[in-house]
Ligand binder design. Sequence first.
Ligand code: ADP
Length: 456
Amino acid sequence: MKKISLKMKLTLLYTLLMSGVVVIILILLFSLSSRQILSSVQSRLRNRVYSASDDIEYDSGRLDFDSDLDDTEWGIYLSVYQEDGTYLYGRTPTGFSNTMAFSDNALRTFRQGNTTYYVLDLYTYVKDYGNVYIRGVASGTDAEEDMIIIRNAALILMPLMVLLTAALSYFMTRYTLRPVSRITETVRQICREKDLSKRVHLGEGKDEIYQLARTFDDMLDQVETGMKREKQFTSDVSHELRTPVSAMMLQCEELLDDPDLDEKTRSGITFLDQKVRYLARMISQLLMLSRTDQGRQKVQMESVDFSEMTDMVVQEAQDMAQERQIRIQADIRPGIHITGDETLLIRMWMNLLENAVRYGKDGGHVHVGLSEKNGFVIGTVEDDGIGIAPEDLPRIWERFYQADTSRSRSDSSGLGLSMVRWIINAHHGTIQAESAPGKGSRFTFKLPVGKSRPPA
Ligand code: ADP
């Protein structure tokens, strides 16, 4: 039952209810009408038999019978007998075997073959002649046949009625539940497109579903306003922090330029300088992400020599890699141009390379690849470091997510890969990560080459 849709459940319920009600009504009607038919047959029989005593006279030594006795009106047959049961006059229905003993004024039922007969005898006195029996016989067949016809018609019509009820219930339920499908579709769209501005917009209506849709829209309004406020807050805070952090960075640089600094102070200021730089990097990443959220991050599309850019970024990362004796090998196909934002693409490469070194192993290797295939640029960054557990892999793109906090360095923020993915998406590309814990990770992105390639 759990797998059946609500539409089908309601259809089944309506159909069962309707069919049940109709069956009960039919049973009641049949039993009432058969009783009604029986009592009307009996009362007519009584009337005819009682009035028949007026149709018999004794005159000039013989019994005279009025022609009314021959009348079989209402299907009632009348016949007259002597006290000892000898037949005198009248008719009985064909097929009725007249073997019943007489019983005064008692209405009796007699079943012969498929037919039910109702029999009423009246012991009455005929003036100057003596007592006679008047017997009235009515066959129940006609009335019963009518009932059987009606019952058969009902049996044939019943399945049709069930089908009709099912079809009507189905369409009615579908119509009634249409707004629910619309609510579901809106929720799906919001999840799929991550677009909180979508609304159900069912319009005016007073029923419960309309109220639900309106409440849902109101709730979305509140969530959207809250999210906007939060994004604005992140943006404002990052903005406000940028100036003092830059001033601190400058101050550290100036202090470190002093050749007379003693060793202890120099190492203290160097430590501070590192932390302030980390803060500055995090603030700039936060600022950029909040700008992307608000749709304010500009993407300056221009023709970029991607091969040259990759080469340059790899050179820059060499210093950082050397600190851990990691060798960066580059396999870059020259002359690859794409249409993109230079600053953003450099940031994307740097984030991937920094991660490869940060989570690589001392004395290990990082491989950077750049090639072109079927109108797409394929870029890879592969390391032989700590790797990522399968359960963490789908979540590394989330903001502030750090797969293994115990091993994440103090200068990591959990923002790098969310930015990488945003940059790739802004360039209409895709990126994926593969990893084996303890063996290493590989990040592969695919970008369209772009139309505005410069002439070779
Ligand atoms: P972080 O500043 O922590 O590096 P990222 O968004 O760049 O933030 O990465 C998110 C998490 O993904 C990291 O904390 C790390 O656990 C994991 N990760 C990213 N790159 C690699 C890699 N090359 N090898 C192993 N783990 C990685």
